[in-house]
Write a protein that binds this ligand. Structure first.
Ligand code: SDX
Length: 388
């Protein structure tokens, strides 16, 4: 039977607008700036929920009962610690290495200890979800300590998920407001339909490999500056702008050079990212309590200027524009901003991993071949130089 030729009109670079899956996990309306997790608006979740409750909702599809949530939190608490051999491995990582590379390596290493692939066993699925959610923050914080030559700070069992991460990072119990705002940040970053790293997780999951390999694939994808790496670049950009007076000259220069402005634009949102709005309010809450800093003034002025110049193209602030200002205030080093994004997005990756297993078909798209055919093999003496 002649294979159905793929016509050029079906090919969209970056699969823009091409459905790659059917999913009930989250919904985004890019024109109206709507984001829902399992049908619940992100604004309501940010106000009323917690990251672990949201992770449960995303992964199992329903809000947990009080007993279910308590059991889930207990399981996560129990699995927070990491094997000493993973810590020993991380001690060999160069202190100048990027924390996203350390996270990708250590996430994959979990597979060496827990890889048994019983993907048809609900208990294995649950255990893998708990282990990954529980251990990723510990590994991110451990690398931060070890690259300074310190021993990792052990998880603190009387602190909840968000507070414990800040404790392991800064070796002191965080202020309750700081812990709460960080928990909201994790909720906001937990899931966002078929973004690049989630798609990477789904493609890896579709081969029926273990969930640790799925997460390692996704971490590597999130690290790129066009995706999760943008939050780190935004702070670098705000520092480069340096003052409110330099906002317009800096932007003009970006436009002249046609360079991508970090923290702006989105494949789906053509209005301000609803998460950016919530993050901006978190920044204001933090600054009301701890005092502002000039970078927030610069950010607000810069956002206005970008909107004036690029709003007509649907380019507005995205989730990465204000998140870094919150993290800086919480004492999180800039190069850990993307690993923090990963800590949150693990919930979405695991939700899609579980959904993919429910109705799996290995991803194998086609291509439009643009090369030659029937090319003769040239002997060495017949070849023209072709420098690599
Ligand atoms: C995340 O997909 C998700 O859901 C991702 C995410 C999630 O939660 O998982 O929301 C998280 O990754 C947010 C995005 C973080 N990245 C950045 O902030 C990096 C800067 N942003 C751009 O690189 C860009 O906006 C993308 C990559 C995010 C989206 O790019 P698209 O949809 O492919 O848009 P495009 O590159 O095709 O641009 C369309 C036009 C172009 O202009 P023209 O050539 O048509 O004249 O808009 C321009 C672009 O030059 N444009 C920008 C811009 N983004 C798009 N121009 C300047 N600065 C920008 N940021």
């Amino acid at each position: 039977m002649a294979s159905k030729m793929t016509t050029v009109c079906e090919y969209k670079p970056g699969l823009e607008g091409i459905p790659a899956a059917q999913s009930s996990i989250s919904y985004v309306d890019g024109q109206r700036g709507i984001l829902e997790y399992r049908g619940i608006g992100i604004e309501e979740l940010a106000q009323k929920s917690t990251f672990l409750e949201t992770a449960y909702l995303l992964i199992w599809g329903e809000l947990p009962t009080k007993e279910e949530l308590e059991a889930f939190k207990r399981d996560i608490l129990y699995h927070r610690r990491i094997k000493y051999r993973i810590k020993d491995m991380m001690k060999c990582f160069p202190e100048t290495g990027h924390p996203m590379d350390a996270l990708q390596a250590s996430a994959a290493a979990l597979g060496l200890f827990y890889s048994k692939r019983a993907l048809d066993n609900p208990d294995y699925i649950r255990k893998a979800v708990v282990r990954i959610l529980a251990k990723i923050p510990t590994m991110v914080a451990a690398f931060k300590q070890m690259r300074k030559g310190n021993e990792p700070v052990q998880p603190c069992d009387h602190l909840d998920y968000a507070a414990n991460f800040l404790y392991m990072l800064n070796e002191q119990e965080p202020d309750p407001l700081a812990a709460h705002l960080f928990d909201v940040c994790l909720m906001l970053h937990a899931e966002h339909t078929i973004n690049a790293s989630t798609f990477s997780a789904m493609v890896t999951a579709s081969t029926l490999t273990d969930p640790y390999a799925v997460v390692a694939s996704a971490v590597g994808t999130l690290a790129g500056p066009l995706h999760g790496g943008a939050n780190e670049e935004v702070i670098t950009m705000l520092e480069a702008i340096g003052s409110v007076d330099n906002v317009h000259p800096y932007l003009e220069d970006c436009l002249q050079r046609k360079s991508k402005i970090m923290g702006f634009g989105h494949r789906v949102y053509k209005v301000k990212d609803p998460r950016a709005k919530i993050l901006q309010s978190l920044v204001e809450q933090l600054f009301d309590k701890t005092g502002g800093d000039k970078y927030y003034e610069i950010a607000v002025e810069f956002e206005k200027a970008v909107e004036e110049k690029l709003g007509y193209k649907g380019i507005y602030a995205n989730v990465d524009f204000y998140s870094g200002l919150v993290y800086r205030k919480l004492g999180i080093p800039t190069d850990l901003f993307t690993p923090v994004f990963a800590i949150a997005r693990v919930a979405g990756w695991l939700a899609h991993w579980k959904e993919q297993l429910g109705e799996n078909r290995i991803y194998r798209p086609t291509q439009i071949y643009t090369g030659s055919h029937a090319v003769p093999y040239l002997e060495m003496t017949q070849r023209d130089p072709y420098p690599y």
